[in-house]
Design a protein around this ligand. Structure first.
Ligand SMILES: NC(=O)c1ccc[n+]([C@@H]2O[C@H](COP(=O)([O-])OP(=O)(O)OC[C@H]3O[C@@H](n4cnc5c(N)ncnc54)[C@H](OP(=O)(O)O)[C@@H]3O)[C@@H](O)[C@H]2O)c1
Length: 251
């Protein structure tokens, strides 16, 4: 595939993200607290997370090494960051969740697999075929600031996931008002951290599929964070009034 064709496809994918964002503003993705009937057959929530997230690892590595070319140290670092995130999300995170007995629709699983496969393929293919980073990239301000943002985002995301998981006593599935970490400022630090993470990744990799992935992440998670925030405000009368939805002090 030529880079011209590849980049046209990625720009098309970015347009789809904008459409998805507009759709998700009106329709909450029906899993977790927003689960609703009418979305067809369901499966165990934790199995759903594994099936949604694990294929991206296989597709990313296949696309990366398809031609048997070696990879540069920069691409090795970017691939390591990507894989670290997805090993946590597909294996560690579902094993830790306290959602026993909860289910999610297969429709969510299939749509997430589609989203993940396109993103994993587009990044792996770019790194394996088109990427050309020179040694000066290590000292480039885009690389350094992107790496800092990526690490900060991942730390915030992992800390918030950890707080949320431990809110429940084992065997229970009810909801409480989260406290600790960035929960003092926003309702959804896990989603804020994830958006920060992939924004940093786009910056440090400085490539079109990285940008597309960051846009897709925001398109998925900003509407979800707004829906979570409204849900907290309607469910808990004593919900902290100064807590924003997803961006500290702003929104
Ligand atoms: N890159 C992307 O596009 C993308 C898309 C989706 C998700 N993600 C990531 O995947 C992770 C999970 O996302 P999510 O949307 O499922 O997050 P979430 O709705 O905040 O839920 C995370 C976990 O914490 C539990 N939980 C949340 N709030 C709780 C509360 N107040 N009291 C007790 N338990 C609570 C949830 O239980 P229930 O399941 O029972 O609600 C769930 O097990 C996040 O880190 C997110 O960033 C990324």
């Amino acid at each position: 595939m030529t880079y011209q064709l590849y980049s046209q496809l990625i720009w098309g994918w970015i347009l789809v993200a904008i459409v998805a964002f507009l759709y998700l503003l009106r329709q909450n993705a029906p899993y977790g607290r927003h689960m609703q009937p009418g979305w067809g057959p369901t499966l165990d929530n934790r199995l759903g997370w594994f099936l949604m997230e694990f294929p991206v690892i296989v597709v990313f590595l296949t696309a990366l090494f398809w031609d048997g070319r070696g990879i540069s140290p920069q691409v090795a670092l970017f691939s390591g960051c990507f894989l670290l995130h997805y090993i946590n999300r597909s294996i560690v995170f579902p094993l830790r969740l306290r959602t026993r007995g909860k289910r999610m629709p297969w429709a969510i699983v299939f749509s997430a697999i589609g989203f993940n496969l396109v993103n994993g393929f587009s990044l792996g293919y770019y790194f394996g075929h088109f990427a050309a980073y020179s040694d000066v990239w290590w000292t480039d301000v885009r690389f350094i600031s992107g790496l800092v943002l990526f690490c900060a985002g991942m730390a915030i995301n992992w800390q918030a996931d950890n707080i949320l998981i431990h809110l429940r006593k084992p065997g229970t599935t009810d909801y409480v008002i989260p406290v600790g970490g960035l929960f003092g400022k926003i309702s959804c630090p896990n989603l804020f951290g994830e958006i920060l993470e992939w924004t940093g990744y786009a910056l440090m990799t400085w490539c079109l599929p990285g940008l597309a992935f960051a846009i897709w992440t925001a398109a998925n998670l900003l509407p979800r964070a707004m829906a979570h925030h409204r849900w907290y405000q309607s469910k808990f009368e004593d919900y902290p009034a100064d807590r924003k939805a997803v961006i500290p002090f702003l929104w």
